[in-house]
Write a protein that binds this ligand. Sequence first.
Ligand SMILES: [Fe+2]
Length: 494
Amino acid sequence: MDFVADRHRTEPPRAAAPTPSAVTQSRWRGLHSVAGASGEAAAPLAATVSGTLPPWLRGSLLLDGPAVWELSQASYRHWFDGLALLHRLHFAGDGSVRYHSRFLDTEDARLSRERGRPELGGYGTKAAGGLLSRLRHLANPRRTDNGCVVMSPCDGQWLALTESDRVTRFDPRTLATQGEWRWADKLKLPLMAAHPCIDAQGRWWNVGIQFGRTCEYVLIRADRRALREVKARIAVPRPGYLHAFALSARHAVIWECAWRAHPLRFLFAGESYGEHFDWMPQLGSRLHAVDLADGRVRSWEAPALFAFHAPQACEQGDDIVLDLCVTDGPVFEQLDLARLRAGGDAASAAATRACHMRYVLSPGAGRAREEVLPGRFELPQTHAAVAARGPVRYVWGAATHEGGGFFDRTVKLDHQTGRLLEAGDDGTVSLEPLFVPAPNARAEDDGVLLVHRLADGDSGSRIGVLDAATLAERAVVQLPAVVPFGFHGAWLPE
Ligand SMILES: [Fe+2]
C-alpha cells in the first residue's frame, strides 16, 4: 500500500474512470439501496455486540447524515443534499447497545416533504421557485437549515449544522428537534462553516461569510443567548468555499480555498450552492490567522488549495502551523447521485485520498511554507483536549487503499515517529473514526475509535470499536438497520 503523499496538484479534477471494478460497483449499489431504504427507527432497537466493550464506554454515539433524496415529485441531485437523519447508539456500560434514529424536523424538511420537491436546495440541487421568489427574498436569501453535516455542543445545548447560519437545536438523548436556534443579533452570514470549534475554555467559535460590496470572513463567538460576538473581519474580494476552520490555542486560522464564490450569484442566480463557486487556481489561496486575544489579522499566500478539514492548528514558537487534508480541487461533482448510482465511484478516491499537508505561517513571511506530511486520509480525528492546547502527536482518519473507490481503511499517524498504522479491508466501507478518550487516560491515544462500517453483503451497519493505540478491533456492534453513510459523529458521555 502506498501511503506516500504526492505533492498535490492545482489543476482541476479529472473525470472519473467510466468502468469501476466489480467490487466498487457493488459498494455503490450498497449506497444506493441504503438511500432507497432509509427510514426512521423511532423505537430503540437492541444491537448485537461481539467482542468486549470497554466498561468505561458509557454514553451515546451520535451520527448525522443525509438520508432521504427522493421526494414525491422530484429528487435531490447530490449525496450531500439528502434530508438529515440523526442516529443515537446508547452504550449502557454493561455490554449492551441500543439504537434509534429520528429525522431532523427543519423548515426545509417540512416544506420539501409537503411540496414533494427540494424546496431550499443544496450543494447540487437548485432551490424551488423562480426569479420572482429570489427577488422577494433579496434582502434575506433563502437558505437551507438541513443540518445533515455536524452536531456540535454549544454552552449546554446541541446543534445540528450545515453550511449556512440556520442552525437547529436537538435533544441528544431523544433526538427530538427543539426548533431553530434563532440568532439574537442582526448579523447576516448566508454562509457559515459547518464545523464550529470549541476552545480550551469550552467556548463556541465559528466563521461566516458576509457578501456585499466588500465580502468578509467574519469570526464570531456565540453562547447560549444566541448572540454572535464579532471577533474579527477579513475583507476579501472573492471568498473561497468554507466548510471548516481551525483553532489553535491562540489563533483562529481560515484557509481561503481556490474554489471561489461569485457573490452576486448567491443573491440573484437560481443555481445550486455548488454552482455559485468556480475553481480559480490562478488566484492561489490565502491563509488568515486571527489573534484570539486582540482580533489582529495576519495573512499569508499559499498555492491554490481545496480542503474540507484541518487535522490541527498549533503554535510552534512564533510560527503558526496549519495541517490540512488537501484535494486536487473541489470534489463535489464526483458525489453527484446520478453518477454514483451509475457506478462512478473511481474519482471519489480523489476526495478520500486527500494529501496531508502542513502550512507554516512565519512572522514577516509573505508566503506560507508548505510541507508534505505522511498519510493520505480524510475525516481527521484528534484528541480534542490535546488539540485545543496543541500540538497533537496522533491523528486518525478514514482512508482508501490505492486504486480503491471509497473509504475502506482506518489510519493512525504518529507525528513523532512518522509511523502510519492502518486497519480495514477492501470490501468494507469504514467512515470517520470517532476518537473517544478513556477516562483518566495515561496517553494521548488511550481510548477507542468508533468506526461506522458497512460491507457489501451486510444487512445492517456495524460500529467497529478499535483500540485507538493499536487499531486492533476490540468489539463490533452489529446494528439491526443500515445507517446511511454520513459525515461526522459526536460522543456524548453518560
Ligand atoms: Fe466536515
